[in-house]
Structures are given as C-alpha cells and as structure tokens.
Design a protein around this ligand. Structure first.
Ligand SMILES: Cc1cc2nc3c(=O)[nH]c(=O)nc-3n(C[C@H](O)[C@H](O)[C@H](O)COP(=O)(O)OP(=O)(O)OC[C@H]3O[C@@H](n4cnc5c(N)ncnc54)[C@H](O)[C@@H]3O)c2cc1C
Length: 506
C-alpha cells in the first residue's frame, strides 16, 4: 500500500482490491482482445460481475446490494481501468454508475423492485441515454419527446453515442415532456425490446470493446409508471448524478495512467539504444519523473474529493476539476509514454496503441474539458453556486420532499458533533415530517400521526411558506413575526437553522 492509499483505505478495502484483481486477471484480461474485435462485451460477463456483488456495492441490501462505502467503488474503478481496455471499463462501469445510480436515487419503489435486483445481479444490463445527434454538451437542447397518453408515454426521437445502448436490456432515457428548456426534461425507463426501438452499433476510434449506439425511437410506448422521480425534473436529476460520473471518469483516467507508467517503465528497462537501456537517458528519466509527479498530485486531490463524496458533501466543482485534470493528464501520459516505445508504440502488438486511442475519449465523454472549465469558471469567477442553480432548475417550485433531500449535503458536519435533535414539521393537509439529526447525519421521514411523535422542536407552517423561506423568496423574520411559521422553541429553532448551509446564495 502506498502512503496516499493508507490515509483513506482500510485493510478490508485492500483485501477487496486483491480479490478483485485476481478475478479480473482470470475473467477479463485474457479475453479483452477478443471483446475489442467483437465491439461488445459478452452478456455472461455482466452476470459474473453480478454474482461477485460488484454492481451493488453501494446499493441497498433489500435489492441485493451490500451498502458499502464509496471506497469500494473507487477500488473497482481503479482496477477495471488497469485492464488495458477502455471499452471494457466503459461498458462494465456504465451499468452501475450511469444507469443503476439513477435507479437508486430517482426510481419509484415499483421500478426499484422490478429492475434493481436483476440489474444488481447482472441479469439485466442498463444504459443511460441523454446525448442526441444535435445535443451533447447542451443537455437542455435535447429534442426526443415523451407524450403522455393515458397510462402510457409515447416516445419519438433519437439518441447517439450511448454506451451499452445496442445490447442493454433497459435504458434510462432523457425525454422532453414539456417545451420549457431544461425544466421540461424527464427520465423514463425504456426496455431494450420495446416495439419501435432501433439500435445500431457505431464504429469508433477507441473504446472498441464497448458497444456505442445510435438509437431511434419511433412511437415507442412505455408504461407511465416507468417515469423516474417526477415529471420535468430530469435535468436536475442528470446534474445531480454528474458528480459521480465525473469522479468515476477521473479515477479511471488516473488509474489507467498509472498502469501506462508501469508498463512503459518495464519497457524502458529492457529496450537498449547506444549500448544501454533507455531508462538511463536523462531526458527520458525526467519525462517519466514529471509524469509520475503529476499523476500523484492529481490522484491526491482526487482521493480528497472521493472522501468529500463519500461523506455526502456536495462537490460538483471539485468533481469537475478532477475530471478535467485527470483526463487531460491521461492524454499527456498516453502521448509521452507512447514516445518511449519508439516505433513499437505505434504497433498494435504493444499495449500503448490501445491506451493512446482509449485515453482520447476522456476529455470528451461525460462532459468535455471545455464544459468542465465552463462550470469551474462560473463557480470561481462568477460566484455561481451550482447547487442553487440546480434548485432553480427545479422549475422554481421545488417540492418539500426535494427540499428535505438537500439537507444531508447542506449539513455542517463541524457543528453537529454530539448533536441529537428531532424536529417535527407540521404542514397543511396533515402532511408531517420528522427530521432526525444524530451521529452527524440527518434523515427525514414522512409520518402519519404527528401527535404520537416525540420531538425537541416543532414547526407549524405551510409548505409554501417554508419553501419560500428556504429559497429566499420570503423573509424569515417576517414569516415568524406574522405567525406564518410557528415554532415550539425559538432557541432550538435558531440552533437547527445554524446546522445547515443555505440552499441559495441569498
Ligand atoms: C464513446 C462514447 C460514449 C458515450 N457514452 C454516452 C452515454 O452512455 N450516454 C450519453 O448520454 N452520452 C454518451 N456519450 C456522449 C458524450 O457525453 C458527448 O459526446 C459529450 O458530452 C460531448 O457532446 P457532443 O459530442 O455533442 O459535442 P458538442 O456538444 O457538439 O461539442 C463540440 C465541441 O464544442 C465544445 N463546446 C460545446 N459547448 C461549449 C461551450 N459552451 N463552451 C465551450 N466549448 C463548448 C465541446 O467541448 C466540444 O469540444 C458518449 C460519447 C462517446 C464518444
């Protein structure tokens, strides 16, 4: 274990890495060349990964997951990225980190029960379909429509560049359900064998072992219950899940760069020129030293952001920085390491050629480097708070459930050490919630009978007033003074308020 890893990982984590590595060396490495030829992974491979529990590590146990911490996912991404096939890594990780993460966070209980156990077991393979021929970076510009007709949606339009799109059993599709820009997008689950769906595998520069689809939807009928979360909130869901996607892409770029350095150093130790091995030439040694230093520093930052993510701190800015730095660096590593191989680097027989091709996608897919810089620039130059922007994207009319769902990421951990507090919210129409703060975590639950619930603080108000205060549309002092919000204990109310970061920049 190197120093960096020992700061973050336990012995159990490293034992997991060892057994995963053994599994990959047996079930993956010997076959990647064939899968690169086939331009897809065999379906049985997903089942093997499912049997090992790799798709459900951070999923709930009741659906077959193991409810482990995020570091298991970190290790999983690192090790699959060291198998010298970007296409294998993309395809096997798109299933858990693109499609399953949307099911976990936004799907109804009905959808979770129907799809999660089989998807976690690797019996069903998923994809996430957002990009369209005319809208990639500009997610809000998608044109595929889903029109509600009775208990169905009718989907028309097209998607492109969808990883696993050709062979997946289901896909989570971003569709327009209203004509109002980003706030009119919804996420709908579409089964791969639906009538009216046609899929075609695209030929690519790299990532060859993954299937990459262009998909046409011609009056595809989908049950209305296949809607994920709420209608027209899809843009917000996509933005929320980007944090994980960017982190996984960054982690993969770093791990594959580390693999490339190791592979190159081996070659440099064997290849001779002018009577000595090429690892004795100072100019080459310094190049390798520089690359290693850069990888180590970006990796250190990335582990810090992984910790933020694991601790459920909102880190979209940092995850965008990780994605930008790591994928740009991977291209530099690919270019310079290939140079060390001379002509052999250009030959398919050597592994550098594939790494060179595969790395190139990193700065494009999952949000290009330019888009990452746009996001970072808006945050550091224009002082835009993306969390706030996402709230605004939620149609200006965030629901009370969505508002409470922001509490974990807004909890100020440093202020909650030893704090235990139960806060009862009584809204109109007998709608009641209990917020529980304990062990530096916050949970919220809808409750039936507020009179039976013990609490330290009770707020009686309307959802409109409370949302108005939280989103900055209503002045909190005025709301209290006018009696729009009634509290059982003002001191406790002030303490409760001080435990959370503001929702908006107001
Ligand atoms: C192999 C592969 C797999 C993929 N897998 C998936 C998948 O599973 N699901 C999915 O939904 N999508 C997937 N994608 C799509 C990928 O996310 C998009 O290609 C990417 O977001 C870029 O979009 P675009 O290709 O439309 O480029 P465009 O958005 O057309 O961008 C073209 C160029 O303009 C730049 N640009 C655009 N807007 C701005 C701006 N505002 N400021 C500065 N520069 C800008 C871009 O950075 C880029 O350099 C995949 C793509 C590939 C190639």
């Amino acid at each position: 274990m190197t120093n960096l890893e020992s700061y973050y990982l336990t012995e159990e984590h490293e034992l997991f890495r060892k057994s995963l590595r053994e599994f990959l060396d047996k079930e993956v490495v010997p076959f990647v060349d064939q899968w690169e030829e086939d331009a897809r992974l065999p379906k049985e491979l997903f089942k093997k990964f499912g049997d090992m529990g790799y798709f459900g590590m951070t999923q709930e146990e009741k659906y077959g997951g193991s409810n482990l911490d995020f570091w298991y996912d970190v290790i999983f991404i690192e090790e699959i990225s060291k198998s010298n096939s970007g296409g294998f890594g993309a395809s096997i990780s798109a299933h858990p980190y693109l499609s399953l993460s949307h099911l976990k966070h936004e799907a109804s209980d009905y959808l979770k029960e129907k799809y999660l156990p089989k998807a976690i077991a690797g019996e069903l393979v998923g994809a996430l379909a957002i990009t369209e021929p005319h809208a990639g970076s500009d997610v809000a510009g998608i044109k595929t429509t889903a029109v509600r007709q009775g208990d169905k949606y009718i989907i028309n339009g097209s998607k492109c560049f969808i990883t696993n799109g050709v062979f997946c059993d289901y896909m989570i599709v971003a569709c327009k359900t209203a004509s109002t820009g980003s706030s009119g997008i919804s996420m709908i689950l579409v089964e791969g064998n639906s009538n009216g769906l046609s899929r075609n595998n695209l030929k690519k520069l790299g990532w060859k072992a993954s299937d990459t689809a262009e998909i046409a939807f011609d009056n595809v009928e989908v049950p209305a219950e296949n809607l994920l979360g709420e209608e027209n909130k899809g843009f917000y869901y996509i933005m929320q899940r980007f944090e994980l996607e960017r982190l996984t892409l960054g982690l993969g770029a770093i791990a594959s760069s580390e693999w490339a350095i190791e592979y190159t150093l081996q070659y440099m130790n064997e290849r001779k020129a002018f009577g000595r091995t090429i690892n004795k030439f100072q100019v080459l040694r310094h190049k390798m030293a520089q690359l290693t230093a850069e990888i180590q520093s970006v990796k250190t930052f990335t582990y810090h952001v992984c910790k933020m993510h694991n601790d459920k701190n909102y880190c979209v800015k940092e995850a965008s920085m990780v994605k930008y730095l790591a994928t740009e660096l991977s291209d530099k590593v690919a270019y310079q390491c290939l140079q060390m191989f001379g002509g052999y680097g250009y030959m398919e027989e050597y592994k550098m050629a594939r790494f060179f091709r595969d790395s190139r996608l990193g700065t494009i897919g999952g949000g290009s480097s330019e888009i990452m810089c746009e996001i970072i620039a808006k945050m550091v130059i224009d002082d835009v708070n993306y969390q706030a922007q996402e709230s605004r994207a939620r149609n200006q009319d965030i629901s009370i459930e969505e508002l409470f769902a922001t509490l974990p990421s807004r909890l100020k951990k440093d202020k909650t050490d030893g704090v235990e507090m139960n806060v009862l919210f009584e809204f109109e129409n007998n709608l009641n919630y209990l917020i529980e703060i304990k062990n530096q975590e916050v949970k919220f639950n809808k409750i039936q009978d507020s009179t039976l619930t013990s609490h330290d603080l009770k707020l009686t108000t309307s959802t409109e007033t409370y949302i108005g205060v939280e989103t900055g549309k209503l002045n909190p002092q005025e709301a209290f003074m006018s009696g729009k919000i009634q509290v059982s204990d003002l001191g406790k109310m002030m303490q409760f308020g001080s435990l959370f970061k503001k929702l908006n920049n107001h």
